[in-house]
Each structure stands twice: as structure tokens, then as C-alpha cells.
Design a protein around this ligand. Structure first.
Ligand code: KG4
Ligand code: ZN
Length: 383
């Protein structure tokens, strides 16, 4: 198989990222510039600000990725870029830059679906660790701030194909973590802080009723040709349940106090958040996390059984969650199913996964025409 050095560029949300990866299996550099500080005061990503930040960061980030890898613009074989899904204005920054680069250097340009990138983050690391083999079909749960999607992935020759067998009907899991953290005055993004705070709370303290988190599966009505069910998720109800719990248990004054205390600290550390949380909040976040994790794990494993998956991938920002990993490992082992996660830096948005997902397209010469554009709602479909 021929070798290829691919420069990957990612700008779909609030991370400006560039990476150089050899043949989908060796990371030569991986640079991520996070805009968290810019969006923190707003408790979420502000699209207009994200585009502006990408514009400022893209050039230095790409230059650093090349320098770290010991490569130059001239020495890479292809440029890969995220086409979607994501914020249109943010995507356009990376895409325009990648296009200009490919045109000026006369190199192939490869358009990558961000969700395919998350799936290939797992493969990239497994290959890097010497594990070349994976049994198909792979069931991949892509669980992030924008997505909670289940894909059945197959490899035919060098090309990959994906069938969506479930997705969230409303909020994505990461979005629920972010919104609950915002309600509780815990800053942005919510996932990492809830992950750490939950260790200090009782996950059985608050009970969430199952209709608040469960969505009936579309049995036989999905797009699966053979009428097998789709496994849908729903996380807007649990966010409302948290809001109600705050109201009925009188947590608002403690939240207001915490917001004020944290806003007085320039860069709050985990200890500051912990010190600002009374037991009721710690129990609430731990119970919320437990409910999310149990639903994600149960639904994914049920889908694995119905679709006879041979391997499980769990990827995307929420895959960094410690309890999610632990529960998946335990439950998958009971089902005799191997489960793989990316390392934490490759779980959240990065460009190494984009460069890795581009390699099979480089092999099959699946290059993007110069008139292609960003697609905010790009779907991952069968090839
Ligand atoms: O994949 P990602 O970096 O960006 C998107 O494509 O959305 O995922 C970001 C999401 C955010 O919602 C963030 O709160 C969540 O991933 N996240 C976590 C953790 N780390 C990041 N959620 C739960 N536990 C974590 N440790
Ligand atoms: Zn992502």
C-alpha cells in the first residue's frame, strides 16, 4: 500500500486544528487551538465569534502542525478538510484555506465528514498501537456536543460505508451536559467539569423517570432495508427535569452565589468549582451523569445485539467521560464485545482524525472538486 502524508484541517466548531498524519496510522503532529476562553462568558459557542477566531488562528495552527511534523507545504501529499457537519461560517474558514492551499500547491484536496473523522480517530490510534485488525461490522457511537449517532460501519476494499441506525431526536448528549452545567452555573463546556464533580456526589440521590430520558425506538420504520429497529436517543427531557429539580428543591440561591464567586476568579480551577458546590448540586450532577451514561450504554449495546456488531467504537467529545468508559467496558465485556475509545485528546475535536479519515479516500482517489462547499448539515451515508 502506498504511503501518504496528509495535512488535515478542522474548523467545524470551536477548535481550530491542523495535523499531519502518515497513511492513516501515524500522527506526525497534532495541533489544537481551543476557543473555550472566547465562548466561556456566553455559556456556549457563539457562531460569529467562532468564525473570527478561526480566521485568526488558522495560519499559525497549520504552520505549527507542519513544523512539528518536520514537513513543509511542499512535502505533504494531500490536504484534507472538514466539509461538515458544523457551523457554516466556521467550516468555511478551514475549507477556503484548504482550497487555496491545494490550488496553490497543486495537491489533491479531500473533503471529510466530521463524524467519519471521529470514527477514524479510533482506528488511527489502534493502528498506531500496532493493532491492524478490526472485526466487522463495527458499531460506532459518535457522541459529542452536536451528535449522538449510531453508525454501522463496513470496509469494502479500501472504501468505507456507513449506515445510520439511530440518532438523537432532540439534544445531543454533550449538549445536555453543557446545558445542565450552564443551568447550575458551572461554566462551559459542561462535560469535563460534570465528569470530575460527579466523583464527589451520590449518583443514586436523584431519580430521573424513564420518559424523561427514553425515546421509543422506531421499530421497523427506520431506513434499515430489512426493517430492523432504529435506536433513537432523546436528551432534552432530562435537562428540563434538572431545571425542575432546581426549582422544587430551592437550589437557585446557591447557584447564584456560585456564579458570582466563580465570575470573580479569572481562570477558575477544578478546586474552585468543587468548593463552590454544595452536596445537593454534587448529587444532582452525579445522578444526571449516571442517567445519561446508563441510557447511552444500554441503547448502544441493544443495537449491537440486534445488528450483530463484532466491534464497538465509542468516540466524540463525550467519549472522554470517565464513567461512560467504565460502564461501556463493563457492559461490553459481559456481552463479549470488544470496545475501543480514542485517547482523550483524540476524543474531542482534532484534525488528526480528519487526516486519518482522508487516507482511504486518497487511496481511492476520491478527491473534492474545487467548487465544493461547506455543508452545515452534511450526513454520513452509505458510499
Ligand atoms: O467532539 P467535540 O469536541 O465537539 C463536537 O463535535 O461537538 O465534543 C464536545 C462535547 C461538549 O459538549 C463537551 O461538554 C463534551 O463533548 N465533553 C464531555 C467530556 N469532555 C468533553 N462530556 C462528558 N464528559 C467529558 N469528560
Ligand atoms: Zn466533534
Amino acid at each position: 500500500m502506498p504511503d501518504a502524508i496528509i495535512l488535515g484541517i478542522e474548523s467545524s466548531c470551536d477548535e481550530t486544528a491542523a495535523a499531519v498524519v502518515r497513511s492513516g496510522e501515524q500522527i506526525l503532529s497534532n495541533v489544537v487551538f481551543s476557543q473555550i476562553a472566547t465562548h466561556l462568558p456566553y455559556g456556549g459557542v457563539v457562531p460569529e465569534l467562532a468564525s473570527r477566531e478561526h480566521l485568526k488562528a488558522i495560519l499559525p495552527v497549520v504552520r505549527k502542525a507542519l513544523a512539528d511534523a518536520g514537513h513543509t507545504y511542499a512535502s505533504v501529499d494531500a490536504i484534507a478538510v472538514t466539509q461538515g457537519p458544523g457551523l457554516a461560517g466556521a467550516l468555511l474558514v478551514g475549507l477556503s484555506y484548504a482550497k487555496a492551499l491545494a490550488y496553490a500547491l497543486d495537491k489533491p484536496l479531500i473533503a471529510v465528514n466530521h463524524l467519519e473523522g471521529h470514527i477514524h480517530a479510533v482506528l488511527l490510534e489502534e493502528r498506531q498501537n500496532g493493532n491492524q485488525f478490526v472485526n466487522f461490522p463495527v458499531l460506532a457511537l459518535v457522541v459529542s456536543g452536536g451528535h449522538t449517532h449510531l453508525y454501522l460501519a463496513e470496509q469494502k476494499g479500501e472504501a468505507w460505508s456507513y449506515e445510520n441506525i439511530g440518532h438523537t431526536r432532540d439534544d445531543a448528549a454533550g449538549e445536555a451536559f453543557d446545558k445542565v452545567a450552564k443551568l447550575l452555573g458551572l461554566g462551559y463546556p459542561g462535560g469535563p467539569i460534570i465528569d470530575r464533580l460527579s466523583k464527589h456526589g451520590d449518583p443514586t440521590a436523584v431519580k430521573f423517570a424513564s420518559p424523561q430520558i427514553k425515546h421509543p425506538d422506531r421499530k421497523g420504520r427506520g431506513s434499515a432495508a430489512d426493517g430492523r429497529p432504529h435506536f433513537d436517543f432523546s436528551y432534552s427531557g432530562i435537562k428540563t427535569a434538572v431545571l425542575r429539580y432546581i426549582e422544587t428543591n430551592g437550589l437557585a440561591p446557591a447557584i447564584a452565589k456560585r456564579r458570582e464567586a466563580l465570575s470573580a476568579i479569572a481562570k477558575p480551577k477544578f478546586e474552585d468549582y468543587l468548593a463552590g458546590c454544595e452536596p445537593a448540586t454534587l448529587n444532582l450532577v452525579a445522578s444526571f451523569q449516571r442517567a445519561m451514561v446508563e441510557d447511552l450504554v444500554a441503547k448502544t449495546l441493544e443495537a449491537a445485539e440486534v445488528y450483530d456488531a463484532a466491534t464497538l467504537f465509542v468516540t466524540g467529545g463525550v467519549a472522554a467521560n470517565n464513567e461512560l468508559r467504565r460502564h461501556f467496558e463493563e457492559a461490553a465485556a459481559q456481552q463479549g464485545l470488544p470496545v475501543f475509545f480514542p485517547s482523550r485528546p483524540l476524543s474531542t475535536d482534532n484534525a488528526a482524525m480528519i487526516a486519518a479519515a482522508a487516507f482511504p479516500k486518497w487511496l481511492t482517489k476520491d478527491f473534492a472538486p474545487m467548487d465544493f462547499s461547506a455543508e452545515a448539515g452534511l450526513q454520513l451515508r452509505r458510499a
